[in-house]
Design a protein around this ligand. Structure first.
Ligand SMILES: [Fe+2]
Ligand SMILES: [Fe+2]
Length: 302
């Protein structure tokens, strides 16, 4: 019995999951040149102004998506979903098979201009490869969004994508649309009202229960096979409050702070590689099948 059936019945606001990622690109525009970034960083007034703008400019669908996400992602919800999905007893699939499975995810995106899920994965990986990054890094790009298969199992958009954030402690006001947390029951729970909440300062992110989504899921599927740097990238790639806003550092430990650099290195490949030419899936497949076989068994548990 799914305790959260009622909440997952609410209408899916996004025409496609890409709408969320397109919004992220508006909020975190690709730096045109390093000088421009430095200027923004030293001009707090300018930054404040941009902070207001992205909310005002967000499409109503994106706004509604965040409203649902912030309303329903409670500490208890995040715990229950871990219990439901992380036993990995749904199916056995190889990585390429999972990519094709995810590709069944059809939404209202435009097939002529938008990338399929599989194309986004290949494109991310290809940009990492073109930069001469290590083979495990390329493979990380290839698998990073496979957790979105949760959508195919009836999970609502707000429980699969969206910027992730810690549950069980105070919500940071640097999280996008922080005002929507007013409707989250955790905002009334006395245990969660301090900066550390139920956690010890410096406990490490591994001890912190983030809101539930595709990052945590793919981390668990792949955790026995990839290097630690890769696992950090997978597990925290949507944790924008940490890797972009520098929030929640009081919960991190030494290891997290060392690994943050890798999470940040991954982010531009995810966010800024989408508008280029579509990858040739058939031509690329042999290279990626070899790479997959180098790290993963023929079948993994999902
Ligand atoms: Fe993602
Ligand atoms: Fe992605």
């Amino acid at each position: 019995m799914n305790t959260f059936a009622a909440s997952s019945d609410v209408q899916a606001p996004l025409a496609s999951l890409d709408e969320w990622e397109d919004f992220l690109k508006t909020r975190y525009p690709e730096p045109a040149e390093s000088g421009a970034v430095a200027f923004r960083a030293t001009d707090p007034e300018k930054k404040k102004e941009e902070f207001r703008n992205y909310e005002a400019e967000a499409r109503p669908t994106v706004r509604e998506f965040y409203r649902q996400n912030h309303r329903w992602q409670t500490h208890e919800f995040a715990r229950a979903k871990r219990e439901e999905f992380l036993t990995l007893q749904r199916r056995e699939m190889g990585i390429w098979e999972a990519m094709e499975y995810l590709n069944q995810l059809v939404d209202d995106s435009d097939p002529d201009t938008d990338l399929s899920q599989l194309e986004h994965l290949l494109q991310t990986a290809e940009h990492i490869r073109a930069d001469g990054q290590p083979r495990w890094f390329i493979l990380t790009g290839l698998v990073h969004d496979l957790g979105k298969i949760l959508c195919l199992w009836g999970e609502p958009q707000w429980a699969v994508v969206g910027d992730t954030f810690p549950t069980g402690c105070q919500f940071s006001d640097k999280i996008v649309f922080p005002q929507f947390f007013a409707d989250n029951p955790d905002s009334q729970d006395p245990r969660y009202q301090s900066a550390t909440g139920i956690y010890e300062p410096g406990c490490g992110l591994d001890q912190v229960q983030l809101s539930w989504g595709h990052d945590e899921y793919i981390y668990h599927v792949t955790k026995d096979y990839l290097p630690e740097e890769a696992l950090y990238m997978l597990r925290y790639h949507s944790f924008y409050p940490w890797h972009r806003e520098n929030e929640y550092t009081h919960l991190t430990n030494e290891r997290d702070r060392e690994m943050l650099h890798w999470v940040r290195q991954f982010n531009p490949y995810d966010l800024y590689t989408k508008n280029h030419a579509k990858p040739d899936t058939k031509a690329l497949r042999p290279f990626y099948e070899d790479l997959i076989a180098e790290y993963f068994p023929a079948k993994l548990r999902w």
